[in-house]
Ligand binder design. Sequence first.
Ligand SMILES: [Zn+2]
Length: 296
Amino acid sequence: MDSARDRLTLEIVEAEDLKLLTSVDTYGYQCPGCTTQAFPRSYRSENLVRAHFQLRDPHYPGCEIEGEEKIIAQGRRGSVQRELETSPGLSPARLQLIEVRTIVDSTIPRTEIQTQRIHRLNGVTDEARRDGRRAANSIRPICRAFLRFPFDRHLSLAVPGIAPTAYQTAFKKLRSNGLEHFPDLRIFYGELAWTPAAESFEHLTITLNAGKWDQKTLTPYQVIVEWDGWSTVARSRLKRELEVARQENIKANKECQRSRSYLFFVGAQDARNITIFRIMDHRLICTVHDELVFPR
Ligand SMILES: [Zn+2]
């Protein structure tokens, strides 16, 4: 599983975000759909495997998360709109950046916090049953949904600063048939190059396998991450993630699989040098390894 529920705050947590925490309570998470314990795996920032949650026990009867894998598989072949509208996590409806994670006062008894939260969540859940699709706190779950559900890209998506309001139009692929000018902000994405990212203290430069081919040379698009203000942990997480994605991409290529590693980011194109995009916020960049499908 890519995400789980924090047992104390009842918030949904992305496994990759555990890499940003100084310590992880391995007993602190449960399945988002039932209370079965979920154990974080590969959550240390030095791990060269994507972080995830694993269940040792089966889901409780009626758990909606249990059916998600089936929906994901169906979503590759056709629309699963109805299912996405009633399963909160699979296809987020909007990006909502939260500055600080909820800080829980340890002097308040656990049960009291939980009662309050459950009470609030129950209210939301009834709403959610009607509206279904919840917000995401980083672009990661949104980008995953973009690749997973090619037949449902007409679903709504609200991202601050991006004018289009559907998956289909909020994303923009960086292609290999010439350099384009993009005056408006989008969730840009392109296949990762095999070249590793280059780092300095001020920034990290990520090269894409997209841009302009001239004879046999590519003038690639590059994403410059201005990470001056980032913590060591946040820097290390991005570097590792990029390396994992790069390795996955090389492997998929060599094994003639259809999946590729894509870099997704929300960042402005440099006005003078259109090969360059800049990003500053770690919640606005991620990689996803999957097959990119454009249905006819
Ligand atoms: Zn469950």
